[in-house]
Design a protein around this ligand. Structure first.
Ligand SMILES: [Zn+2]
Ligand SMILES: [Zn+2]
Length: 333
């Protein structure tokens, strides 16, 4: 199966955290955490439609300016999510610049901000042409776990404790569609943008008896019944799940929420700032040790896990962190 999401940590494990998740064959990506993102190209940054900030410690939020700089003057709606005080934090960043010429911009950039509280969400829109001054009251809606729901996938979050609220995040496809290349060839169909439309139609649960038209490169149009075409060329399997746990304290309440959020992840990215020998220091700084990260990965039944966000004290000793996490994972499986 060719996965839809291709997550990769933006930086090495000693540098700022952040997970870039581009979508296969689509001009879209989402981002977990907004730390230093110079390692992403401008093209990659411009693919980002939704960025989720776990918390606004500087190493998770300093990359906001680069995204804003690249998006400025474009026709774009950028969705940003963050924990309590997120409006204030973003407004503080925006207040650092002068915006007197933006009313002349032809293209409209807007930021849609969602602030996540324990049981509700607040959403406000900041339009560039209005100098990013929000002129409406925030919309309020109840929050359980879902932050973003689309026909194809959802993003869920848990509010964890890192001394301050910190979001745990997960993205999951509702189901996965693979295309059978042999079946395509048997029908004399060539790949093309129509395949995305076809997948969107399946995700949107469109009536299987409805017609689906494919325009070939030669300009010929062929008509199929959606359900019949799906039976012939589509292979459906369980959706891919990626989870991301940044800065958290190790305690029973956090562990329970992390396991509920990240259960059965195909890939779990989880911070491991310290070795277990420094567990007191980890507790004082509300971070995990590598042993705790490995144990949590096993308790989530994550098929693969990656640790990151190492304390600089371990430069040159990162093997110790990986070994400790892997041993704890094996022990708790
Ligand atoms: Zn932090
Ligand atoms: Zn951090």
């Amino acid at each position: 199966m060719r996965p839809r999401f291709h997550p990769r940590l933006i930086n090495g494990p000693f540098d700022d955290p952040g997970l870039f998740i581009p979508f296969l064959f689509e001009n879209q990506a989402i981002l977990f955490d907004l730390g230093d993102n110079q390692a992403l190209s401008s093209r990659e940054i411009l693919k980002i439609s939704h960025a989720f900030v776990t918390h606004t410690h500087m190493d998770h939020f300093i990359g906001f300016d680069r995204i804003l700089r690249l998006a400025l003057g474009r026709e774009k709606k950028l969705h940003l999510y963050g924990p309590r005080n997120f409006f204030k934090n973003v407004e503080g960043k925006l207040a650092a610049y002068s915006w007197n010429l933006v009313e002349n911009y032809h293209y409209r950039l807007s930021l849609q901000l969602t602030e996540i509280h324990h049981d509700y969400l607040l959403t406000r829109t900041y339009i560039c042409r209005n100098e990013f001054i929000p002129n409406e009251m925030a919309d309020k809606e109840p929050f359980g776990t879902v932050l973003l729901q689309t026909p194809a996938y959802q993003v869920t979050a848990a509010v964890l404790d890192h001394g301050i609220p910190c979001l745990g995040l997960a993205i999951k496809e509702h189901f996965h569609i693979n295309i059978n290349k042999d079946a395509l060839a048997a029908l004399a169909l060539q790949t093309g943008p129509w395949l995305n439309e076809f997948k969107q139609a399946l995700y949107a649960d469109r009536d299987p008896t409805s017609p689906f038209e494919i325009k070939s490169a030669s300009g010929r149009t062929e008509s199929f019944q959606l359900g019949q075409l799906a039976d012939q060329i589509a292979m459906i399997s369980p959706g891919q799940k990626i989870s991301y746990i940044a800065d958290v304290a190790y305690n029973a309440a956090n562990a329970e929420k992390i396991i509920a959020l990240a259960k059965d992840s195909d890939q779990l990215f989880i911070e491991a700032a310290f070795l277990h020998a420094q567990q007191d220091l980890a507790a004082e700084k509300h971070h995990l040790t590598a042993r705790q990260a490995g144990e949590l990965a096993a308790r989530c039944a994550a098929r693969q896990f990656t640790i990151f966000h190492f304390s600089p004290r371990y430069i040159g000793q990162e093997e110790l962190l990986y070994r400790e996490a892997n041993e704890a994972y094996a022990l708790n499986q």
